[in-house]
Design a protein around this ligand. Structure first.
Ligand SMILES: NC(=O)c1ccc[n+]([C@@H]2O[C@H](COP(=O)([O-])OP(=O)(O)OC[C@H]3O[C@@H](n4cnc5c(N)ncnc54)[C@H](OP(=O)(O)O)[C@@H]3O)[C@@H](O)[C@H]2O)c1
Length: 387
């Protein structure tokens, strides 16, 4: 039986890599449904190639454009958040690949869980905003949340067959991004083009900027807290510029397990798609003699305050991580549009967090309300910090 996939974010970096795997293993996977935003040219090609029954795009304009490109192809075209939720919750789906970017992914991922579908989760912001509720919902619905992020896929592999009470801590690796060696006083002037030049990974623009600020690692700490039910103190970060060791787990006896591989997202995506089996992927193999040296260093929290802010949100809990996430999304958007300096990203987040009193999360509406509040607050901060 082929696994039937619904892919949220089909036109993004993770979505396209997922479809490459489907293409390479046609007897293992089929595409039931796709959701995307505005890239109707790419989506139309995917619909022709993979023939999903249903697709969703961001709005009516994109839907009309897609319909025009598809001519007579028989596919139901849906729109907006309700369309994405239907793609995620549709019948005849075995696994939902959640790969929208940002807060947009929360509601369709929730809908997938509600429908009882397993989720391969790339969209870490879902767990940052409402990890406690999402994981509890998954347990109630008997749904598996499988990590796609390479670090969390690594931790998942290191934990396989181990007793949770034997884990001392998880160590997430970070490349350090394009500004690892840039002097702190130069960070104010770095441009979006420089921030988008990641040394090791080819990813969408938001996560690439998050990698440059180290916020990506902060979001991943919060993601790890919920995915693996770890206390905040048991999650650490180490800079590893080669991106070969994808993360590590230390056990109470001092033993440390690590997962290694070349930096190619097809590895962790295929792991989540095929679990508990492994796929014979045709990609570059890890040759440690060619890599030669693996290095590790502590993160510089003064130079990259975003990581400290994420730790703070992790400890505050409740609605604070949703505020951190929303303020970051707003600030990254403003930075990419050339409105604020790179260093104004953590400043915007800090001010939003300072102005917010964390409340417990009782329902996902609480996370969505905190997100909306933080975006409004961040917009005012961004206006005041504009260059
Ligand atoms: N890229 C990686 O290697 C990587 C690795 C680990 C984790 N992740 C995580 O995976 C997620 C996706 O990352 P990515 O790099 O693949 O992002 P991306 O390349 O920017 O793709 C984002 C996808 O979401 C769609 N989208 C965005 N906003 C939407 C909206 N409002 N409604 C409907 N669709 C919307 C985009 O559609 P259009 O383009 O059609 O508008 C696109 O398909 C992020 O949470 C990221 O942190 C990514």
């Amino acid at each position: 039986m082929r696994k039937r996939l619904a892919i949220l974010g089909a036109t993004g970096s993770v979505g396209v890599s997922t479809l490459k795997i489907v293409e390479d293993f046609p007897d293992r996977f089929e595409v039931a449904a796709l959701a995307a935003g505005r890239n109707t040219e790419l989506l139309a090609g995917q619909v022709r190639r993979f023939r999903p029954r249903v697709v969703s795009v961001i709005d009516e304009r994109a839907a009309a454009d897609l319909a025009g490109r598809l001519g007579g192809i028989d596919v139901e075209i849906l729109t907006g958040p309700a369309g994405a939720a239907r793609v995620a919750a549709g019948e005849g789906v075995d696994l939902v690949v959640s790969a929208f970017v940002g807060a947009t992914g929360l509601e369709p991922t929730w809908a997938a869980i509600e429908a009882g579908h397993d989720v391969a989760l790339a969209n870490k912001e879902v767990l940052v905003m409402a990890g406690e509720l999402v994981m509890a919902h998954a347990r109630r619905r008997n749904v598996r949340i499988l990590p796609v992020d390479s670090e969390h896929a690594a931790v998942h592999q290191c934990l396989a067959g181990q007793r949770r009470e034997d884990v001392r801590r998880v160590l997430l690796t970070a490349s350090g991004g394009p500004f690892r060696t840039t002097p702190r006083e130069r960070l104010r002037e770095v441009t979006p083009a420089q921030a988008l030049r990641h040394p090791n990974w080819d990813m969408g623009p938001k996560i690439t900027v998050d990698s440059a600020s180290l916020m990506n690692k902060g979001l991943e700490m919060i993601e790890a807290r919920w995915l693996f039910d770890l206390p905040p103190d048991a999650i650490d970060v180490v800079i590893h510029p080669q991106s070969i060791v994808h993360s590590l787990v230390e056990f109470i006896d001092g033993s440390v397990m690590a997962q290694l591989g070349v930096p190619d997202m097809r590895g962790p995506i295929a792991y989540a798609l095929a679990l508990p089996e492994r796929l014979p992927l045709s990609m570059e193999r890890l040759d440690l003699t060619r890599v030669g040296t693996l290095t590790f260093e502590p993160p510089d929290l003064e130079k990259f305050p975003a990581l400290g802010l994420a730790s703070r949100a992790l400890r505050d809990g409740g609605t604070q991580p949703a505020v951190l996430n929303a303020a970051n999304e707003a600030a990254v958007g403003a930075f990419l549009e050339g409105k604020i300096a790179f260093t104004a990203i953590p400043e915007t987040i800090r001010r939003a967090m300072d102005a917010h009193t964390a409340r417990p999360l009782k329902e996902i509406g609480d996370a969505i309300a905190a997100d909306a509040w933080a975006r409004e607050h961040a917009a005012r901060v961004i206006a005041s910090l504009s260059i």
